[in-house]
Design a protein around this ligand. Structure first.
Ligand SMILES: *[C@@H]1O[C@H](CO)[C@@H](O)[C@H](O)[C@H]1NC(C)=O
Ligand SMILES: *[C@@H]1O[C@H](CO)[C@@H](O)[C@H](O)[C@H]1NC(C)=O
Ligand SMILES: *[C@@H]1O[C@H](CO)[C@@H](O)[C@H](O)[C@H]1NC(C)=O
Ligand SMILES: *[C@@H]1O[C@H](CO)[C@@H](O)[C@H](O)[C@H]1NC(C)=O
Ligand SMILES: *[C@@H]1O[C@H](CO)[C@@H](O)[C@H](O)[C@H]1NC(C)=O
Length: 567
């Protein structure tokens, strides 16, 4: 996608001659986070990539349009928006564009628009230019455990007359904290060579020891028949130098999907300097898991591995926003997109969080189902923690415009997995689609955990699938892994297979799932009624009849979902 040039560089505007304009602080912190140490001023000629978020003109209109096309009872259900239609809601007003553009132009900055809507501008300038433009003091900070250096400022300002036009500038006062939902390998236990295989729908008893694609097919009734629609694609997000190995995938398919061609593979898309290094020893457990349980479960659905490198330009989202913008810029983004990485909500500045969530709303309005692993920390968020005083919310789980997938284990009965992250957002209030389901749970909860969670917040997860003892191949070794990282690719495969069937009869994809999930599809889930998700020195929430913040609505029953999808 070609970026359009919005500002021409005016070299003649000399730098170092600050116009006497009055500046207003837009972001400030007293000190860096405790995990960072100040090394000193950043060298003045170091080039840094900055981005500015312009005020969006009509985010409320976007939300209304999203629900209009995603709510089964709406007459416009399934009539997804085009790229341009979705972008128009978040496009800044011409007044905003002009004000910001003129300021940048007068400052000699060559900015490009990063999104179809034009709500983000990006540019690369020297530290000295950035210090002057934003009244900032860009410095080098070192992260205590990783030793990674990062350039940030503890304060920045914009001209007073641009207040209200500029929402935020990144990177400035927040620091990288992003972390993958690392799948856990219990003692790296190699799996015995026995291959669990279900005979015609029966669940093989070996599925109690190792989950394979055939176990999932048997437990959830997922079809083994190949998909047929090449326009229907499944995107798998890759971050953190996690690479998906094709030789491992081939071994996985030979072992666990002998009914498929072992040559079935995935395509690669990269951003921010991303790669997919095929050195066997560098195979990433997370990336292999995500690819093996999409290619190996969504039979013959075209899968794209979208690999983000470390060279991200979205400040502190580690590439989340960059990847979202990559997809926003496409005319036909993948209809399903699964991510098994994420920080915690309190680590992400609220304005950036809202901006990302609104970008998800745009993709949802265009017919994309956005799925995230809900996190592996139970009520302590993305990962296990005991020191917390309040329950921790995983990110972006609180965003109401995407779907969070928690974990279960066992099948007789199937119970909530102990690590399955669930809870209530502090950033987003409870959306209407889950009102009834969540109110019922809150009534059950009574005053238990009062003050530890935000009862008015968007509740998660939405759904769940198996998430313990998944057999994967990494570096040609079979091993078992656990985590909600297992569950999001599994659910993504289910939705992709439904989308394939829908496309084959000329129907639109399911798109943003939640209004459908919480209404006519709710009965298509196996209700999980036991299990709990400890954290923060508590036993966490309890799974009960109906929706709960451990397993959401429950686990999928493919045949019933087909009916709910009108197939
Ligand atoms: C401005 O930036 C764009 C994209 O980075 C680049 O193609 C263009 O040459 C630049 N223009 C000037 C005048 O520097
Ligand atoms: C897989 O690809 C190899 C090399 O192209 C080819 O020799 C083999 O026949 C293919 N196998 C299947 C099952 O398609
Ligand atoms: C892949 O990784 C290996 C080992 O880390 C390295 O030697 C090789 O140069 C990398 N290949 C590419 C194409 O980056
Ligand atoms: C609780 O969530 C609401 C949004 O639903 C938010 O406005 C409020 O600030 C949150 N409270 C706390 C203490 O974070
Ligand atoms: C955890 O809870 C137990 C009992 O509720 C209490 O005795 C203990 O001090 C708590 N530990 C921490 C670290 O808060």
């Amino acid at each position: 996608m070609k970026l359009s040039l919005v500002v021409v560089l005016l070299v003649s505007v000399a730098l170092g001659k600050p116009a006497p304009r009055s500046m207003r602080v837009l972001g400030r912190r007293d000190s860096p986070p405790s995990s960072y140490t100040l090394l000193g001023a950043a060298s003045s000629d170091t080039q840094i990539s900055l981005r500015i978020a312009l005020a969006q003109s009509n985010p409320t209109g976007l939300e209304e349009a999203l629900y209009d096309v995603s709510t089964p009872s709406s007459t416009n259900y399934g009539q997804h928006l085009t790229k341009e239609e979705a972008a128009q809601f978040v496009a800044p007003t011409s007044e905003t564009r002009t004000a910001v553009t003129e300021w940048l132009e007068a400052s000699g900055v060559n900015a490009t628009t990063l999104t179809p809507a034009g709500d983000w501008l990006g540019f690369t300038i020297s530290v000295s230019q950035a210090n002057e433009l934003f009244d900032a003091d860009y410095s080098v900070f070192v992260h205590d455990t990783t030793g990674k250096q990062t350039i940030r400022t503890l304060s920045y300002s914009v001209p007073e007359e641009l207040q209200g036009h500029i929402t935020v500038v990144y990177p400035t006062t927040t620091f990288p904290t992003y972390k993958p939902r690392s799948p856990n390998s219990p003692a790296g236990a190699p799996l015995s060579q026995r291959v669990p295989r279900a005979e015609s729908g029966a669940i093989d008893p070996s599925c109690a020891n190792a989950i394979t694609p055939s176990c999932l097919q048997a437990i959830y009734g997922i079809p083994t028949t190949p998909a047929t629609q090449s326009s229907n694609r499944l995107g798998v997000a890759g971050y953190d130098d996690q690479w998906a190995n094709t030789a491992d995938l081939q071994t996985f398919l030979k072992t666990y999907r002998p009914d498929m061609s072992y040559n079935t593979t995935f395509s690669l898309q990269t951003l921010d300097g991303g790669t997919n290094n095929q050195t066997e020893a560098d195979a990433g457990v997370e990336a292999n898991l995500d690819i093996q349980y999409t290619v190996g479960l969504a039979t013959d659905v075209p899968v794209i591995f979208i690999s983000a490198g470390d060279d991200n330009h979205d400040g502190d989202l580690g590439g989340f926003l960059d990847m979202t913008e990559l997809l926003l810029n496409e005319d036909s983004p993948p209809q399903v997109w699964t991510t098994s990485y994420g920080p915690n909500e309190d680590q992400v500045p609220i304005d950036l969080a809202y901006n990302l969530c609104n970008a998800y709303a745009q993709l949802g309005a265009r017919g994309v189902s956005i799925l995230f692993a809900s996190g592996d920390g139970g009520v302590s968020g993305g990962w296990q923690a005991t020191g917390c005083t309040d329950f921790v919310v995983a990110f972006p789980d609180g965003c109401p415009y995407m779907t969070n997938v928690g974990s279960t284990t066992g099948f007789d009965p199937e119970v909530g997995a102990w690590f399955s992250a669930g809870g209530f957002s502090n950033y987003w209030s409870r959306p209407a689609y889950q009102e009834a389901a969540v109110i019922t749970y809150l009534a059950y909860l009574g005053d238990t955990y009062d003050g530890l969670y935000n009862a008015s917040g968007r509740a998660y997860p939405d759904v769940a699938t198996q998430g313990i003892n998944f057999a994967i191949v990494a570096d040609q070794q079979t091993e078992l892994v656990d985590g909600t990282s297992c569950s999001s690719p599994t659910f993504a495969s289910v939705i992709s297979l439904l989308n394939d069937e829908l496309a084959s009869v000329g129907k639109p994809p399911l798109g943003f799932l939640n209004p459908w999930l919480y209404s006519i599809a709710a009965a298509a889930f196996n209700d999980i009624t036991s299990g709990n998700n400890p954290g923060c020195n508590t036993t966490g929430f309890q799974a009960i009849v109906g929706w709960d913040p451990v397993t959401g609505l429950g686990t999928p029953n493919y045949e019933l979902l087909r009916v709910a999808a009108g197939l």
